[in-house]
Write a protein of this length. Structure first.
Length: 715
């Protein structure tokens, strides 16, 4: 259980264990408390659990085994280590884990020696620039006969394509030890693929980089390495059979297989498209178990002793599959939903009982248990009892069609006491929600998005919905043509929101002069694009921790220059400069007339905070100052907030609350003309009143310029 501790600005993690055969203690028994707890796995004795436990500093994460009966804790890794992921065999006798690799790079980092500092050192540029790859090392340990543990043994693998041996494993992850502890599956980035892959029609679109995500099989006894499945981007952590002879994994279809041909015919060839495959590790034989898994990163729930496979086939749908002859067939289907709005997450199963949380977009998660034999669902624990006292905004499902013909589904949050005869302000959330509880953004807790608080304040709030049958490929197939590189993506997203605003305006539900829009991460770039090119004149906007596809991004992140050049059809030089001038935010700041709130995360970087060197700019904000300097020079209304301690999705309670409150205040100010009377906010509103003056002056100048362009003076 993770709960916010506002007083100390931290999250408290507690491990509870409950006896499912008894109802005497519904809250369970508290076994362990720590600054962080994650990746909990039961061992076969139904008494011990393995998990990762972190300290308050965040500098150490250890692998431990806890006896839930005695609460005795056994540490399996050093306090000096930062364990990132692990896997353990069924008896708890073999473990494998990853740590960040800091010492196996072949190249010495310039500027790290005293001689470099004294004599100066070369700054690399272009292709010589160091990339941002995170390399990891994998270690394994085994329990000895006396009950102690062997020393950590570092895994050396042989690349299945180049046959080069290395311990340096870029982005090693998804570790899965076989139940007998003899084989290890994991993903990592290979620097090479065979020519046959490069010639493959489907794979070509994924081969634009020099790093390729593959899954390998490592034999712990012989140290032999082999390719686990003949495909790029296996998506889920593999699930082993009880006899350790086969595994299941969600993956794009093997290259050249009949299943790949079927995917091509069905237009299912994007990175999010995957099928469930069974692989025999001895023979290498592959079978398709289930076509078109809905959640490609989420593997099957259980592989039962009788050979049946249990997996999630929808937001609340479970299927049981059985092998008959040379193919797999559905033998049972379970719907855990009380209604179409129900969503299930954090599911786990032993093959007969399913545990997880159930929620809707307006109902917070509750812990539930389902017996597959009795066909019975029961609520075990209400995880958020305090929210039952709150009046939450109701949600209406709406559908519309863009000018480009794309059919879109959305969730429209309605203010309390909604009056259909009244036109309301509208705030748009550009990052979608698949129906998960949304007080903030939903299950990922992205910053800036605030559907319930904003709706409760008397505004409408629109989020794009993604139904179970939604396919990313449909969006790709509908991308507008005639634009350079990948610009069609931004044009399509702009069309989605322009069309939604038009529909809500025509039906008399919103005031089109009072529309705000919020973007985070990639959709933040799309919002900046909208502010320049959309026909909707947004009254306020927020972008949070977003990519910009700007000149400063291009210059400061050279390992991404290929991605940026593909976006504009080439570099910002020569024949493709015009594409950047027309579509990049760097060249179009004068076209922004919307008050803009920027929220940026610091990722824990404290060494360059301005209070240590007054007037300095935190280095991870350097690329942002191209935009803010331009907006400031053009006297455009904007404000930027920096959260030094937060990651991409803020996790500390005060930062999360501050982002919610700040965006609520921002949209109430610009769309409702409301100012919170709290004395502590007086400075905030004085600043925003100044921004309002800048907005009005800018609007007057823009109107005058439009008149001049419409009626030029005769020469």
């Amino acid at each position: 259980m993770k709960s916010p501790n506002i007083e100390h600005n931290r999250n408290d993690y507690k491990l509870f264990v409950r006896d499912l055969t008894s109802s005497s203690s519904p809250e369970g028994k508290l076994v362990l408390t720590s600054a962080s707890l994650s990746d909990v796995h039961w061992l076969n004795d139904d008494r011990r659990v393995a998990l990762l436990m972190g300290d308050e500093s965040g500098n150490s994460t250890q692998l431990v085994i806890v006896d839930t009966s005695t609460e005795k804790l056994q540490r399996l890794s050093s306090t000096q280590n930062q364990i990132e992921s692990y896997s353990i065999d069924s008896e708890g006798d073999t473990i494998a884990y990853t740590i960040v690799d800091t010492g196996t790079s072949a190249k010495r980092t310039p500027g790290t020696s005293t001689d470099d500092i004294a004599s100066g050192y070369r700054i690399a540029s272009g292709p010589d620039m160091t990339d941002a790859t995170v390399a990891r090392s994998i270690f394994f340990r085994r329990r000895k006969g006396d009950g102690g543990w062997s020393l950590p043994h570092q895994v050396t693998i042989e690349n299945p394509f180049t046959h080069v041996k290395t311990t340096h494993l870029p982005f090693a992850r998804s570790l899965s030890l076989s139940p007998n502890g003899k084989r290890l599956l994991f993903n990592y980035f290979s620097d090479s693929v065979p020519d046959s892959w490069r010639q493959d029609t489907v794979m070509k679109s994924f081969l634009n980089s020099d790093q390729f995500d593959i899954m390998v099989l490592y034999d712990i006894d012989t140290a032999a390495t082999s390719l686990a499945i003949n495909s790029l981007y296996p998506a889920s952590t593999p699930l082993w059979s009880n006899n350790s002879r086969s595994f299941l994994v969600n993956s794009p279809s093997p290259i050249g297989s009949r299943w790949q041909e079927q995917d091509i015919r069905a237009h299912r060839t994007s990175g999010a498209d995957a099928n469930l495959f069974a692989v025999d590790v001895e023979s290498g034989e592959v079978e398709e178990v289930f076509e078109n898994v809905p959640f490609h990163h989420e593997g099957p729930l259980a592989w039962r002793p009788d050979g049946d496979v249990v997996l999630r086939s929808g937001f609340a749908a479970i299927v049981r599959l059985r092998r008959a002859g040379d193919s797999w067939h559905e033998v049972d289907r379970i719907d855990l939903a009380h209604s179409d709005l129900d969503r299930l997450s954090l599911l786990s199963s032993d093959g007969t009982t399913i545990m997880g949380t159930r929620e809707t977009i307006t109902t917070p998660p509750e812990l539930v248990e389902y017996s597959m034999d009795q066909r019975k669902l029961q609520i075990l624990t209400n995880l958020n009892p305090e929210l039952s006292k709150e009046q939450l905004a109701s949600v209406e499902t709406m559908r519309w069609t863009t000018r480009g013909g794309l059919e879109v589904t959305g969730y429209l949050f309605l203010p309390p006491h909604y009056d259909p005869a009244k036109r309301y302000p509208l705030v748009i959330q550009t990052k979608g929600n698949s129906g998960w509880f949304a007080c903030d953004s939903g299950e990922s807790h992205d910053p800036s998005f605030a559907p319930q608080p904003i709706a409760a304040a008397g505004m409408m709030y629109l989020v794009r919905g993604q139904s179970i049958d939604w396919k990313f490929q449909d969006d790709l197939n509908n991308r507008p043509e005639g634009y350079p590189g990948g610009i069609g993506e931004a044009v399509q997203q702009m069309d989605i929101w322009d069309s939604a605003v038009d529909m809500l305006d025509k039906t008399g539900r919103i005031d089109p002069s009072k529309v705000g829009i919020i973007g985070f991460s990639r959709t933040g770039w799309e919002v900046e694009f909208d502010l320049v090119h959309a026909h909707t004149r947004y009254a306020a906007a927020t972008v949070a921790d977003n990519v910009q596809y700007s000149l400063s991004d291009y210059w400061l992140y050279p390992w991404l220059d290929g991605d940026y050049e593909r976006m504009y059809g080439g570099p910002p030089y020569g024949s493709t400069l015009g594409n950047w001038e027309k579509y990049s935010i760097s060249f179009n700041l004068e076209s922004i007339h919307t008050p803009l709130l920027l929220e940026m995360m610091g990722y824990g970087a404290h060494e360059d905070l301005p209070f240590k060197w007054p007037g300095s700019i935190p280095r991870n904000l350097a690329n942002r100052f191209e935009i803010t300097k331009g907006l400031s020079r053009l006297k455009k209304p904007f404000e930027m907030y920096y959260y030094p301690d937060e990651q991409h999705q803020p996790d500390h309670p005060k930062a999360r609350v501050a982002s919610l409150q700040r965006n609520l205040d921002w949209y109430r100010f610009w769309l409702q003309g409301y100012e919170d009377p709290q004395p502590a906010k007086r400075d905030q509103y004085e600043g925003w009143e100044h921004l309002r003056q800048l907005r009005d002056t800018d609007a007057t100048a823009a109107t005058k310029q439009q008149r001049l362009e419409s009626h030029p003076n005769p020469i």
